[in-house]
Design a protein around this ligand. Structure first.
Ligand code: OAD
Length: 261
């Protein structure tokens, strides 16, 4: 992976991030679609993004599912196929290695793929659900998705007869209470100042996560807030440091520095 222009500058920032991580007793990481981009999974926004091909309101709302469940399933089966083909990249691996080095650590992802888990992350909250699970709309049972998504169309059903849907959070739905409670517990037990904790925001436009107030909460509590993203985002203004680089290259460099200690 080649460096973006301005590599010298971001590499100095990577050193600053490594120094902050070395000192931190609490680390919160928030990831978005950009962390899986180098595994070949498309992001949502912008040209070629998922919402460019299929508008949100046609495939990612309860109303869309009620109107045309087959269309919704076509979209999610294609996403499942892409995730099953993909492999964790150096960014996923670096975040799993970081977890192993920090006492109090939580990775909050908006991604519904399983690449963080496959890389070895365990302290993980999947805020937008899990693409590789089905949820019954009648009995609420959650089951693992079949290992091979069906080639034909159709809408899968639960053993109870109810329609299955992917176990993801759609627009217009609440985040899951369990996830919010875990997040709250983590934040309450975190140490954000003296030594300063770190909130690391990777590969998200902040269009959705910005609304959750997580980054602001960590910053207000005293955390060093660092963004890793080649582009400026809705969250950049809240950050102490913006590393304008791709996640795989930047995070593997940061973690390699930590491992030299
Ligand atoms: P977006 O598509 O909004 O943003 C992806 C971000 O990743 C952009 O800021 C890119 O600049 C950045 N990016 C791209 N390649 C990168 C790389 N190699 N390294 C680092 N960053 C890179 O995706 P999200 O912010 O994740 O929600 O979107 C948030 C939510 O909106 C999603 O979870 C989904 C979507 O609608 C639901 O479906 C509920």
């Amino acid at each position: 992976m080649s460096s973006l222009p301005g590599a010298a500058a971001w590499e100095q920032y990577a050193e600053l991030l490594a120094a902050s991580l070395r000192a931190a007793s609490s680390v919160l990481v928030i990831t978005g679609a950009g962390v899986s981009a180098e595994s070949g999974l498309p992001t949502f926004r912008g040209t070629g993004g998922l919402w460019d091909g299929e508008p949100v309101e046609a495939v990612a709302t309860p109303a869309a599912f009620a109107r045309d469940p087959e269309r919704v399933w076509r979209f999610y089966h294609a996403r499942r196929r892409a995730v099953l083909r993909a492999k964790p990249n150096a960014a996923h691996l670096a975040l799993a290695a970081l977890e192993a080095r920090v006492g109090h650590f939580l990775l909050v992802t908006q991604n519904v793929d399983d690449l963080h888990e496959r890389a070895g992350s365990t302290a993980l909250v999947k805020l937008h659900g899990n693409l590789l699970e089905d949820l019954c709309t009648a009995c609420s049972t959650i089951t693992p998705a079949p290992p091979v998504p069906p080639a034909a169309g159709g809408v899968p059903r639960c053993t109870c007869g109810g329609l299955l849907r992917p176990n993801v959070v759609w627009f217009g739905e609440w985040l899951r209470q369990n996830d919010l409670r875990r997040l709250e517990r983590f934040l309450l037990r975190s140490r954000w100042s003296d030594p300063r904790g770190v909130a690391l925001v990777v590969g998200t436009s902040g269009t959705v996560s910005g609304g959750y107030g997580l980054v602001e909460a960590a910053r207000d509590a005293g955390a060093v807030v660092v963004e890793v993203n080649p582009e400026s985002t809705a969250l950049s203004g809240c950050c102490d440091l913006c590393i304008r680089a791709r996640a795989a290259e930047a995070l593997s460099k940061v973690v390699a520095r930590l491992e030299q200690d």
